[in-house]
Ligand binder design. Structure first.
Ligand code: BTN
Length: 323
């Protein structure tokens, strides 16, 4: 284990108690100067550690940032977050950053995290509200051996994992709105942006970005009727690092099962978690407007809508509004 990780472990084991620099340096088999250097770096990253020339060090609290060390601590994955977790304080968009990584040949499972985004992107050119240190802005890289027509399934799969994570961690009975919006009651809590690079028919990579409104206490006027956060719904602050770890653990298990056994189990879960089957909807898409009842989601992740004349429309793209 690298010194930094060992040091964090030692400090956490002694949380609230003083521990001398000498005993840390002996335990970690490094010099006291090396210990001090690492302590300074941890403090720079937002860890609360007191230092006293006589007493040594006292660990008070973890950093509020989503630091790779904190995420890794709870990971039970083989691939996701195991090779590289890129963490930045700010970026235009974590999806743009993961695509840069992908173009440089980064492997499947590479993760990008940011504390804020200057140009957070939503679906269809929309922007994504991305204030500093409040919410989750996470992107990761997939390199599945699947055809282009199968790729939309990954969007639905991500929505299933996000909904399961949020239900388990927060107790909120969130639902999925097709294809991949996570709602609590009538307000949006999380969104997913999937971007694909493919050659002819075979997928080269999929960049999956997820934004979860975790601790935002107030949304701008133009969003506040449509958006919500875990904090606003539960009255409690949540650890973003714990949510990310839980999400990645669940994602890896679901994703590898999907690659091995196919889409049917994911699709079944999607239907259970969705609030759409049997509902009347209105869809605006390039071919015009379509109104009717949602009857199913097919094996490619398309929404099936029955209109008043009982014609079935297969929707693969567009904005769906519940009526
Ligand atoms: C949507 O609902 O329209 C999708 C929103 C996706 C937002 C996330 S935040 C992390 C990643 N980086 C981005 O720029 N967008 C996604």
């Amino acid at each position: 284990m690298p010194t930094r990780e060992q040091l964090i472990k030692t400090l956490k084991e002694n949380k609230g108690n003083w521990i001398s620099g000498e005993s840390i340096s002996t335990g970690l088999n490094v010099t006291r100067a090396a210990v001090w250097k690492q302590i300074r770096s941890l403090r720079n990253d937002g860890y609360l550690i007191e230092a006293s020339p006589k007493k040594g060090y006292c660990f008070k609290a973890c950093s509020q940032r989503v630091l790779p060390d904190e995420i890794r601590e709870g990971l039970k994955t083989r691939v996701f977050g195991k090779k590289e977790i890129v963490h930045v304080l700010e970026t235009d968009s974590t999806n743009s950053l993961i695509k840069e990584q992908a173009d440089r040949g980064a492997p499947e499972g590479t993760v990008v995290l940011s504390e804020g985004q200057k140009k957070g992107r939503g679906r269809k050119g929309r922007t994504w509200f991305s204030p500093h240190l409040e919410n989750i802005y996470l992107s990761f890289l997939l390199r599945p051996l699947i055809s282009l027509v199968e790729a939309p399934r990954l969007t639905l799969l991500t929505a299933v994992v996000a909904a399961e994570t949020l239900r388990a961690s927060t107790g909120l009975q969130v639902t999925i709105k097709w294809p991949n919006d996570i709602y609590y009651r009538e307000k949006k809590l999380a969104g997913i942006l999937t971007e694909i690079r493919a050659e002819i028919d075979l997928v080269d990579y999929v960049a999956v970005g997820i934004g979860i409104n975790v601790n935002t206490e107030q949304f701008p006027e133009k969003l506040k009727n449509d958006a919500t956060s875990i904090f606003l719904e539960t009255g409690k602050s949540f650890s973003r690092s714990d949510l990310i770890t839980d999400f990645l653990n669940r994602f890896e298990a679901t994703y590898f099962r999907f690659l091995e056994t196919g889409f049917a189990p994911v699709c079944k879960k999607w239907k259970t978690l969705s609030n759409m089957l049997g509902r009347q909807v209105q869809v605006d898409w390039p071919a015009g407007r379509c109104c009717g009842e949602v009857t199913d989601v097919d094996n490619e992740g398309a929404l099936l809508i029955k209109d008043r004349k009982k014609h079935i429309h297969r929707i693969t793209f567009g904005d769906v509004r519940l009526r």
